[in-house]
Design a protein around this ligand. Structure first.
Ligand code: ATP
Ligand code: MG
Length: 368
């Protein structure tokens, strides 16, 4: 496993359930995945000796984040199967390549322009002639590396704020809702999509996921169809998560791709017959893909570091709630916006979402 964050942690747990041994490699020490691994290697991604040692320990390599230097994946590919491959990660780690891949293959995306200077930004703004979002081509996550621009704004300031030499300027879309689909694809080319889930963001960070999404059946089928076609076109082995905007007429636009488990799929640990993490491991290890039918609908709520601002949260209300599953990632330091954990509340009655939000509120600042 390249990377040691919470996605790696939950994937490692799924791998351990299947009896595998897990080796985690990361440039930073003591990530959440390390305590669930049989061996952790901490070394820069440029350290060929350490990478060689890592590849000697494993039968297959996978990733839990996409910002891994491509040269590292290409080097590892000379030693062991790397799933997803360097060619898939190359596209998904660069917003320009990703948008161009989607557009060139006929997948629906928001109108966009590639910008590498303030003058190109000015041309893009006038072409798109609407409120827009300027996004960094590389290393953006959780809404970081994005600048919202309205007509008349100071473009020099916007370009300086991006602080990146390459970006994508995207038309601001007035969507009805956002949803995502996690599609698994095996080395034999079999694909299987999880049910569509609805995502609600706050300050650019995923806040709530509702599973399954409350959208028309034909819209959901279309989202799964698009996700499967993307998985096939990319030739991904493992998972590909496709984020969508749902427009008022029910049509879909692809927002972005992630070639790995995704925060919006955490609820699958409890809500579907196979979790996204177990499916990730099945796919990269060449096992049969698991069934993805819904076992119970649910709502997933993210727990960010902000909840710690008045001291350790009070876990009792959560732990007393029937049908609530709490997952903490074992991070020792909380920071605003940092993903510390999540919980999933199964839908057992009315107003599950409001109940889940009230439970999160009830935790704040009451140290136990
Ligand atoms: P992630 O945490 O999913 O990796 P990210 O930082 O890569 O996020 P995006 O998914 O591109 O960023 O954007 C974050 C959120 O900002 C979206 O989920 C959506 O709510 C909003 N957003 C992004 N692009 C647009 C757009 N073109 N029009 C309207 N809203 C947008
Ligand atoms: Mg996103």
């Amino acid at each position: 496993m390249l990377g040691s964050g919470q996605l790696g942690r939950m994937s490692a747990m799924a791998a351990k359930n299947l009896g595998y041994k897990v080796v985690v490699y990361d440039a930073v020490p003591e990530g959440p995945a390390c305590s669930c691994a049989d061996l952790s290697i901490t070394a820069p991604f440029t350290d060929r000796e350490a990478l060689g040692r890592f590849s000697g320990e494993v039968d297959v390599v996978t990733v839990e984040f996409e910002n891994i230097p491509i040269a590292v994946l290409e080097f590892l590919e000379t030693k062991v199967p790397v799933r997803p491959s360097a060619s898939v990660v190359r596209i998904c780690q660069d917003r320009i390549l990703e948008k161009e891949f989607l557009r060139n293959n006929g997948f629906p995306v928001a109108p966009f322009r590639v910008v590498t200077s303030v003058s190109e930004l000015a041309v893009g703004i006038s072409d798109l002639s609407s409120p827009s979002i300027l996004k960094t081509a590389a290393l953006g996550y959780d809404g970081k590396g994005q600048v919202r621009i309205s007509p008349g704004d100071d473009l020099n300031a916007a370009w300086a704020q991006l602080s990146s030499p390459r970006g994508v300027l995207e038309k601001m879309i007035s969507f009805d809702s956002e949803c995502s689909v996690i599609c698994s694809r095996s080395p034999h080319g079999e694909t299987r999509c999880f049910p569509v889930q609805e995502n609600i963001h706050r300050d650019g960070i995923l806040d709530i996921t509702i599973a399954p999404a409350c959208i028309a059946a034909d819209v959901a089928a279309n989202a799964q169809q698009i996700a499967s076609s993307i998985a096939e076109k990319l030739g991904v082995i493992g998972l590909i998560t496709v984020e969508f905007f749902v427009l008022p007429d029910g049509s879909l636009m692809v927002n972005e791709l992630a070639p790995r488990p995704h925060n919006s799929g955490h609820h699958t640990i409890e809500t579907t017959l196979t979790s996204q993490f177990a499916q990730h491991i099945r796919a990269v290890c060449g096992l049969p893909l698991g069934p993805v039918e819904l076992r119970a609908p649910g709502v997933m709520i993210n727990l960010l570091g902000d909840l710690w601002k008045g001291g350790a949260p009070d876990w009792e209300p959560l732990l007393r709630e029937s049908g609530l599953f709490l997952h903490l990632y074992g991070k020792s330091e909380s920071k605003p916006g940092r993903k510390m954990g999540h919980f999933t509340l199964l839908k057992t009655g009315e107003n599950t979402q409001n109940r889940a939000l009230a439970l999160r509120e009830s935790m704040i600042g009451k140290a136990c």
